[in-house]
Design a protein. Structure first.
Lengths: 323, 313
């Protein structure tokens, strides 16, 4: 899987464009710069040699040198990645709580006004482009009603020793309460925005799974056995519905990562999303390719985690394996 | 057939959600078509006309949506951008759906090595985050309408292959297909008579909603100034060109973005309405990586066996 994905990225970055050196050097580069870039990135070698260098780079974690800052791309990505992770994980928590909750309510109140209201809500947030949602929440909640800061991750002005690089987690670990407060305060608006704009499919699937299980025979059987309503709902309806929802939650990681490019830029959040945005607008092709690769690996890891959680939720799988 | 059509119409128009979908999508499609057919003559002003004495006007009767920092009429720009946004999204979805129908049918019928290869490839392409992948391809290929469409199609086809293949597998397990096979019907005959009628409603429903998603991604590429040629009007690009005016003139930024949102919502609601009226149960986990293919087939074969009222996802 990873190898295949790496091959596709290689195809895009090295083969798709007839003259990759121009792309890597930027559209306004002088001919001698283009030659130097081609030599530095081995772009004139035979494809197989290029492929060798490419995979060697990936295995050793060497994405090359950022042509604009002169630092290694890996060190820059390692600097930005924890911030993106903080934002994405915070959004994920919001998505799980809100998505599963709303989907559950909507499914259990099928056909009522509450159901329609929730459906309109998630269909609308799903239809909102990231840039509109992010710009609006900055405009409304940071400017018109100044509840939250409009940008940054709150780390400015605090001296702290990075352990994980995730600001909120670090300040928690070191019991630095003012830093933690600032971190959380800065996190709320971008995380909520990112979550709401990406979560549409979660309540949708939750709702339809609830509707599928609500009237199924095993739920009737559970009621017939005299189980209490709360227990039926918790163990037989909710748990069943969570199985489908888990797989879908994993796919929303793809949308979250895509969303960070816009949301981080608008909220001035120092993460990979903003890093790749800068790379795009400044024609920094090597960095862009590295970011695409990192994001994709992130999605693969998320899917992998979902594959692990999945059997935990579905007792049929463990039953089947145990005989 | 006409009874079916009447039922469809009644369901689409009785539900406020899908009614909204039908009305919005019709309005935008008609506007886009009119603009193309009249060669851009329906716009009240030229979308490219720069007039600094009229810069940054608020919405009024003369300029419905106001003017931007160069005095260009935003309403005219929006109209001029509609065919681009709408056309590319529809083209991307139609091409992907066709690819999905061809590859999915072949994979579902012939199984074996061919199936294995197609599904591995599909899984690989599904792993890429859509916006990020098409961003990379569009940036590599350089700005042009064809390139930006290609960059979207590359990430858009995999779900359709999964959808069609699953449905074809489910259909081939049915008795009437075995009978058809034993009667020595040709492959194309079986596909046309037995498989496609069972597959097309799901593809149609999925594709309708999907036009909205394609539009979202396209306009995000536009917002990032990737793939769309410089002189081409595009809604996302309009937004990004005036973002720095957000605090001073919020309407300039919000209006084009709201149009995108309306169009996307229109297609989503229409898709929801179609799904309810065609009684298609879409199991999204067929479309995504992670679960065994046989599980997906099992879900499709048991489709319609659930008790309770008709549900939609």
């Amino acid at each position: 899987m990873l190898v295949g994905v790496a091959l596709i990225v290689f195809f895009i970055s090295h083969i798709l464009n007839p003259d990759p050196a121009v792309l890597w050097a930027g559209p306004r580069a002088r001919p001698e710069t283009i030659k130097a870039v081609a030599a530095a990135y081995h772009l004139n070698d035979p494809l197989l040699t290029q492929l060798y260098y490419y995979f060697q780079g990936l295995v050793t974690g060497n994405f090359g040198v950022d042509p604009q800052t002169g630092r290694s791309i890996l060190s820059e990505i390692l600097f930005y990645a924890p911030n993106t992770l903080e934002l994405v994980l915070a959004s994920m928590v919001i998505i799980i709580v809100l998505g599963v909750g709303l989907g559950y309510i909507s499914g259990m109140r099928f056909g009522t006004k509450v159901d329609s209201a929730i459906r309109v809500f998630y269909l609308t947030t799903w239809s909102t482009p990231y840039y509109l949602g992010a710009l609006m929440s900055v405009l409304v909640f940071a400017s018109y009603i100044p509840l939250f800061p409009s940008g940054g991750n709150g780390a400015v002005g605090f001296s702290y020793t990075p352990i994980t690089g995730i600001f909120v987690l670090d300040s928690l670990l070191q019991a630095n309460w003012p830093a933690l407060e600032s971190g959380l305060y800065h996190l709320v608006l971008p995380a909520t925005t990112l979550a709401l704009l990406s979560f549409g499919i979660v309540p949708r699937i939750m709702r339809s799974s609830i509707l599928d299980t609500r009237w199924s025979t095993h739920v009737k059987a559970a009621r017939a056995r005299g189980l209490q309503e709360g227990e039926v709902r918790r163990k037989h309806i909710l748990r069943n519905a969570l199985i489908d929802t888990t797989t879908v939650i994993a796919t929303t990681f793809g949308w979250l990562f895509s969303g960070t490019i816009i949301v981080e830029q608008i909220f001035a959040w120092p993460g990979i999303g903003q890093f790749s945005y800068t790379a795009i607008v400044s024609d920094n092709y090597p960095v862009l390719v590295a970011c695409v690769f990192v994001f994709t690996v992130g999605v693969i890891i998320a899917n992998f985690i979902a594959d692990i959680i999945y059997p935990l939720l579905d007792p049929r799988i463990t039953l089947g394996e145990g005989g | 057939m006409s009874g079916e059509g009447k039922r469809l119409r009644r369901l689409l128009f009785s539900n406020p959600l899908s009614l909204f979908g039908v009305v919005t999508t019709t309005i935008f499609v008609v506007l886009a078509l009119l603009d193309v057919l009249t060669f851009g003559k329906i716009t009240p002003f030229s979308p490219y006309l720069v007039n600094f004495s009229q810069a940054n006007l608020s919405p009024s009767l003369a300029h419905f949506f106001g003017t931007d920092f160069e005095g260009r009429d935003i309403f005219s720009q929006v109209i001029a951008a509609l065919p681009v946004d709408m056309g590319i999204s529809i083209a991307v979805v139609v091409t992907s759906a066709l690819m999905g129908i061809v590859l999915g049918t072949l994979a579902g019928f012939f199984r074996g090595i061919f199936d294995e290869v197609i599904m591995r490839l599909t899984d690989m392409f599904l792993a890429f985050p859509q916006i990020i992948m098409s961003l990379a391809i569009a940036a590599t290929l350089g700005p042009s309408l064809l390139n930006v469409s290609l960059s979207l199609i590359v990430v858009w086809w995999p779900p359709y292959v999964r959808l069609v293949r699953g449905a074809v597998l489910a259909v081939s397990a049915e008795d009437y297909v075995s009978v058809s096979k034993s009667l020595n019907s040709s492959f194309l005959y079986i596909v046309r008579k037995d498989a496609l009628p069972n597959v097309l409603p799901s593809v149609l429903v999925y594709a309708t909603t999907d036009i909205g998603s394609a539009l979202l991604t396209l306009s995000t590429l536009g917002y990032l100034n990737v793939g769309i040629p410089p002189a081409m009007p595009e809604l996302g690009k309009m937004v990004s060109s005036v973002t720095y005016n957000l605090y001073l003139y919020p309407t300039q930024v919000i209006i084009p973005a709201l149009i995108v949102m309306l169009m996307v919502a229109g297609f989503s609601f229409l898709g929801e309405g179609l799904r309810e009226s065609l009684d298609v149960k879409l199991r999204p986990h067929i479309l995504i990586r992670g679960r065994g293919l046989d599980a997906a087939v099992g879900d499709l074969t048991k489709k319609g066996s659930g008790a309770g009222p008709t549900t939609s996802s």
